[in-house]
Structures are given as structure tokens and as C-alpha cells.
Ligand binder design. Structure first.
Ligand SMILES: Cc1cc2nc3c(=O)[nH]c(=O)nc-3n(C[C@H](O)[C@H](O)[C@H](O)COP(=O)(O)OP(=O)(O)OC[C@H]3O[C@@H](n4cnc5c(N)ncnc54)[C@H](O)[C@@H]3O)c2cc1C
Ligand code: SF4
Length: 539
């Protein structure tokens, strides 16, 4: 069966804030210039928003530039951020710290980013953008000269054995003059592009955090709409970067989340269990008592910042949003920069389509507010590699005295290189879940609404299958069984009593942590059949 071929001016991979803002801006520019520009967006989630997981306190700056009348249009920004709190937790207590300027949220909104994307998707369609949810871009297409010429969506109905089933449907070729990659953090095609065009040649390695989030309906008496709380410290040790967020928004909802820097050293650490333990702190626990957990999910986020931004352009297209790494880690915000980068990319591509070959995305981005914002924040996250106290002291000095203008730039390194061998690490005993405030992984994954076609080739691929036991298990005590927030990886024993790695790929919530943290970079996350994965409501 032949693949269907469709041709557009611009194809965008990923319907997150970056991809949708780019699509909308292109159509706005086309309409202003009375030109016709065809734009198509492919999204691997079953619907726009299904795979979006964020905090989220949203800074509406880019949205205001895209739609100055977003209020009248009914954008789902209904809870203004009213108050910030920043706590340092110790095992027994909580110390209130001054809220650093980058974490002050006056003028921002507490939202569901998934719902904002659903709304942006409708606005984009109203402008004529074609959006195809349920289709994963699985392959990059190149022309004879090696220029990117679009993407192909994955075939449906291929069995576990790689053979076509009765439901087989070939993928479609989406050919384009320009292709924008908006896959979010650790995009699977973006990773291939980076290798093919050597895009990371002149930058530091990207570094990441894993964010795990639960949505709770809490006791109305404890709900303070607009309150945003961040904590650092316990239960993490001082060598491990991370902390929590607690955002009170609409209708007694609480977005509770925990982020752990994936540069952690101890292979026994489990970000999921750290989050569960965090909820039991005496200053936190009460918030959850009497409440009900209604959703769960996880997603990696970029923490590398300014010094980890790769080359952004390649023949035939651009990288935008978190796929390029525009998240401001000290702010824990990336959706505003993702949207702005998408808009700047759209402006560049629009000029290029009109024949202006000199239109340059990077220099336009450097001239925008994204660049100075990320530049000023660049040293805060890497300083925490020296531990919590040194990181806090440096953050205060950098923020209040140097104001982000230090004459030095601290370097980033790859997270997987920081994992210690198990023999040097201390095992961590985590408490059992109580089923009320703390939970196990499997019941959590159930709340992510994850579903995948069972009969399909594994989308988690081991480059060297033997390394799972010979390296990961033998030297690092199988860290993937702990960092995976969905319990995908398990060590079982075969009939001869030997350990073997079991991969429950159907549970995968597409967080991408295994692709990032595996100590020998042996795991490749690839797209499963389109429409598979989590189905997040209000995340
Ligand atoms: C726990 C957590 C808390 C956060 N808190 C905040 C916050 O409070 N405020 C804030 O501003 N930011 C926050 N962020 C960051 C913010 O969510 C991101 O910066 C933002 O979502 C990036 O937008 P994006 O469009 O680049 O990527 P994404 O939002 O990740 O969207 C990418 C989209 O592309 C799709 N996709 C990926 N690959 C393919 C493919 N091959 N084919 C088809 N579709 C594909 C995905 O399914 C997804 O829908 C947080 C992030 C996390 C993880
Ligand atoms: S298998 Fe990998 S990408 Fe999927 S949930 Fe686990 S760590 Fe995340």
C-alpha cells in the first residue's frame, strides 16, 4: 500500500503552545498580507491537549502579543495568581523564605496548559490551520539535496512482530516547504535532527528535570484561589536539585507537583516516591486531607537554559519551544517562551516563503524578550550542582547583586553522566503508600488515562538489549525501575532464576526520562502508534 502524500507550505510537529502559536501567527500574517499559506499541525495525542502536562502558572505576555483580545475571545485564564509563598522544608519544619523576583507571579494566571492548548487549537482551526490529532510524526523526510522536506506519520496496524495486521494503514507523507519541530522537551525527531545537522555542536549539553503532577480536588475550606506555593529541601537531600509546586486554581482544584533534577546521583532515588513522601510533610499533609486525587501524569522539562540552546535552523526548517530548550528553570516557566519562539519562527518562515532567504530566526529571537530573559537566568540552575546551600547563596547573589549580569557563565553537563554506581550509593527505603494521600505507581498511572494499542512494535527500544542486565542492573541497580514514573520497567526473573528486564510499554506516559537518564544512553524513546499515550484532562 502506498503512503498518501499531502503538500503544505508549513508542517508543524506538535500541538503544544509553541506549535499552535506558530500556526496561528502564520495564518494571521497570511491574512494581513492577503496571501494563502497552508499550515498543517500533527499531534500524537488523541486530541489537542491530551499529552500536555504543565504546572501551570502562565505568564500571558506572548499570548497578549498573539491575541491582544484574548479575554474577549474567552481564553481559559480564569484564576489570576494572587499570592506567592516559598518554603524551605526540613524533616521537621518549614521555613518561609523571601520570594525571589523570578518566582513572583503578579499579573500571571494559574491555568491548565492542556486546556489553553485546546482553546488555541480551536482558534487555529478557525483561521484555517489543519490539525491532525492522533497522528505521530515518526519519520523525517529529506529531499535529494538532504534538505528537510516534511515528515511522515507512523503506520497503524503493525503487529508486535513487525508484520502488517488486518488493520494496517500506511502512514502519510506531509510534505512542506518549511517544517517546524515543536515536539516539546526531548523530542524524538528533534533528537535525530540534532544528530544529523550537528545542531548541538556549539552549546552545552541539555539538562533536564522530571516533573510529576497530581490534580486534586481539595476541601473548599483549604482552597485559596490564586495561591502559588513552591518548596525546596526535604525530602530531597542537599545534593539533589528539585522541589514542589502547589497551585490553587479553579473550583477547588489543586495542581500539586514535584520536580527532580535528572542530574541526581543516587540510582536508588525514585522521583515518584520522593513526591509521595513530600505530601506527608507536616506543613503540607493537611492540604490533601479530605481531598481526592483526580489526575496523574509526568513529563520531563528542560533545565539547561541559555547555554544549552542548540543551533535552531537547518535546511528546510526550525526548532521551536521546549524542543529547543527555551524553558526558564528558575521561573519554572516555559510556555510563554515556547509561544514566543513559535511566533518568531512563524514570522521568519513567512518572510522566507515570500522569497527573503536572509530571514533569520535566531537573530530575530535574540532581538526579542526571550533572549535577555534566558540570559539573566542562566547561572542559577547550574550553581545547584554544588548543593542546595551553595545554590541558594549563589542564586541570591546572582539575582540581587549581579542581577543576572555575571561576567561568567556556568557550564551544563549531561544528566546521565551524574549517576553513581550502586556500590557507592546508599539504598533509600521509601514508606508504603497509604492509599489516601500517598499512592503506588500503578494506581497513579490509571489516573493518567494512558492507553496504547497492545499489538504494536515496542516504542521503547534498547540499542543493546544485553546492557539492561550487564550494565544497568549489575552496576546501577536498574535505575529505570525507579525513575520511570509509570512503572514501565521491571526486573523479573526467568525460569532459570536469572534477572531479566520486562518493559510494560503500554503504561508509558511519554515523559521521556528513560531516553534522558539511562546511564549508557541505551534507551531510545520513539513514537508509538498515533493516539496512544496519556489522555490528560485539565493538566
Ligand atoms: C511539571 C511541569 C511544570 C511546569 N510548570 C510550568 C509553569 O508553571 N509555567 C510555565 O509557563 N511552564 C511550565 N512548564 C513548562 C511548560 O509546560 C513547557 O515549557 C511548555 O509546555 C512547552 O511547550 P511546547 O509547545 O514547546 O512543548 P509541549 O507542551 O511539550 O508540546 C509538545 C506537543 O508535541 C506533541 N508531539 C511531540 N512529539 C510529537 C511527534 N513526533 N508527532 C506528533 N506530535 C508530537 C506532544 O504530544 C505535545 O502535545 C512546566 C513543565 C512541567 C513538565
Ligand atoms: S517508559 Fe520512559 S518515557 Fe515512558 S513513562 Fe517511563 S520513563 Fe517516561
Amino acid at each position: 500500500m502506498q503512503r498518501e502524500r499531502m503538500t503544505y507550505d508549513v508542517v508543524i510537529v506538535g500541538a503544544g503552545p509553541a506549535g499552535l502559536a506558530a500556526a496561528i501567527r502564520l495564518k494571521q500574517l497570511a491574512s494581513q498580507a492577503s496571501r494563502d499559506v497552508s499550515v498543517c499541525v500533527v499531534e500524537k495525542g488523541s486530541e489537542v491537549g491530551a499529552h500536555i502536562l504543565s504546572g501551570a502558572v502562565f505568564e500571558p505576555r506572548a499570548l497578549g502579543e498573539l491575541f491582544p483580545d484574548w479575554r474577549q475571545r474567552g481564553a481559559p485564564l480564569t484564576t489570576p495568581a494572587a499570592k506567592d509563598r516559598f518554603l524551605l522544608l526540613t524533616a521537621r519544619g518549614a521555613l518561609r523564605l523571601p520570594v525571589p523576583p523570578q518566582m513572583r507571579n503578579r499579573g500571571n494566571y494559574i491555568i491548565s496548559l492542556g486546556n489553553l492548548c485546546r482553546w488555541l487549537g480551536k482558534e487555529a482551526e478557525a483561521l484555517g490551520v489543519e490539525i491532525y490529532p492522533g497522528f505521530a510524526a515518526a519519520e523525517i523526510l529529506y529531499d535529494e539535496g538532504g534538505r528537510v522536506a516534511g515528515v511522515a506519520t507512523g503506520a497503524m496496524g503493525v503487529g508486535k512482530d513487525g508484520k502488517e495486521t488486518a488493520n494496517f494503514q500506511p502512514g502519510a507523507e506531509l510534505r512542506a516547504r518549511e517544517t517546524l519541530f515543536a515536539e516539546g522537551c526531548r523530542g524524538s525527531l528533534t533528537k535525530l535532527l540534532e544528530a544529523r545537522f550537528d545542531l548541538r555542536r556549539d552549546c552545552d549539553p541539555q539538562s533536564y528535570g522530571l516533573g510529576i503532577k497530581e490534580l486534586w480536588e481539595i476541601d473548599p475550606a483549604k482552597h485559596r484561589a490564586g495561591l502559588a506555593v513552591h518548596t525546596i529541601g526535604w525530602p530531597l537531600d542537599h545534593r539533589t536539585y528539585g522541589g514542589s509546586f502547589l497551585y490553587h486554581f479553579d473550583k477547588n482544584l489543586l495542581a500539586a507537583g514535584f520536580v527532580v533534577g535528572l542530574d541526581y546521583a543516587n540510582p536508588y532515588l525514585s522521583p515518584f516516591e520522593e513526591f509521595q513522601r513530600f505530601k506527608t510533610h507536616r506543613a503540607i499533609r493537611g492540604l490533601f486531607e479530605g481531598g481526592k486525587r483526580i489526575a496523574y501524569g509526568a513529563r520531563a522539562l528542560n533545565e539547561g537554559g541559555f547555554q544549552s540552546i542548540p543551533a535552531l535552523a537547518f535546511p528546510g526548517g526550525l526548532v521551536i519551544g521546549d524542543a529547543a530548550g527555551f524553558l526558564n528553570a528558575p521561573k519554572l516557566k516555559g510556555s510563554h517562551t515556547a509561544m514566543k519562539s513559535g511566533m518568531v519562527a512563524a514570522e521568519t518562515v513567512f518572510k522566507r516563503l515570500a522569497g527573503d532567504a536572509k530571514a533569520d530566526y535566531r537573530s530575530a529571537l535574540e532581538a526579542s524578550w526571550v533572549w535577555p530573559e534566558l540570559y539573566a537566568a542562566r547561572n542559577i540552575r547550574p550553581a545547584f550542582r554544588c548543593g542546595l546551600w551553595a545554590g541558594l547563596a549563589h542564586a541570591a547573589f546572582d539575582t540581587y547583586i549581579l542581577r543576572g549580569r555575571a561576567p561568567w557563565t556556568l557550564r551544563q553537563s549531561a544528566d546521565f553522566e551524574h549517576l553513581e554506581r550502586a556500590i557507592r550509593a546508599k539504598p533509600i527505603a521509601y514508606p508504603k503508600p497509604d492509599g489516601k494521600i500517598t499512592f503506588d505507581r500503578l494506581s497513579s498511572v490509571f489516573l493518567s488515562g494512558v492507553s496504547h494499542e497492545e499489538n504494536q512494535p515496542p516504542h521503547l527500544r534498547l540499542r543493546n538489549p544485553d546492557a539492561a542486565i550487564a550494565v544497568n542492573y549489575a552496576l546501577y541497580a536498574a535505575p529505570e525501575t525507579r525513575y520511570c514514573p509509570a512503572g514501565v520497567y521491571e526486573i523479573l526473573t526467568d525460569p532459570a532464576g536469572r534477572p531479566r528486564l520486562q518493559i510494560n510499554a503500554a503504561n508509558c506516559v511519554h515523559c521521556k526520562s528513560c531516553d534522558i537518564k539511562d546511564p549508557t544512553q541505551n534507551i531510545d524513546w520513539t513514537v508509538p502508534e498515533g493516539g496512544g499515550g496519556p489522555n490528560y484532562p485539565n493538566m
